[in-house]
Write a protein that binds this ligand. Structure first.
Ligand code: DQA
Length: 152
């Protein structure tokens, strides 16, 4: 099983970007760890990051036939992009949304996710570890809960 890991704007700067909020782990550290976790689950990851909304949408379109599901941190597009939500709906890719920080404990404009209504679930506030939790949950969901899969 191949899982896409998609990171949005400014997440390429993890490690130096506002470390008090986002921690000091870099995106390549996160991606390397996810590759290990995926292997332990009998899966593999494809990782991508883009700062542009259209680039993220294009990536989902390209992954449509390639990945079984997506772990996504859409950064600020989480709160603004109906187009990205539509891309998830259009591709029918199951996904788990991740945020390093707890978006509900931050400014009001970060409380709402436009992606959440079509996500399997959300992991928010667990820092870089949240990506691992999201990957485990997504693989489990695909294996046991996805339409047509065997019961858990
Ligand atoms: C974020 C939270 C968003 O509000 C913010 O715009 C980000 C990162 C997080 O991981 O905590 O870029 O998605």
């Amino acid at each position: 099983m191949i899982i896409g890991v998609l990171n949005g704007p400014n997440l390429n700067l993890l490690g130096t970007r506002e470390p008090a909020i986002y921690g000091s782990t870099t995106l390549s550290d996160i991606e390397a760890r996810l590759a290990e976790v995926a292997r332990s689950l009998g899966a593999e990851v494809r990782c991508a990051q883009a700062n542009g909304e259209g680039q993220l949408i294009d990536r989902l379109h390209a992954w449509r036939e390639e990945v079984a599901g997506v772990v996504v941190n859409a950064g600020a597009y989480t709160h603004t992009s109906l187009a990205l939500r539509d891309a998830f709906s259009a591709t029918a890719l199951p996904f788990v949304e991740v945020h390093l920080s707890n978006i509900h404990a931050r400014e009001p404009e970060r409380h709402r996710s436009l992606l959440a209504p079509v996500a399997i679930g959300m992991v928010t506030g667990l820092g870089a570890y949240g990506y691992e939790v999201a990957l485990q949950g997504l693989v489990r969901w695909i294996r046991h809960r996805a339409p047509g899969a065997s019961a858990p």
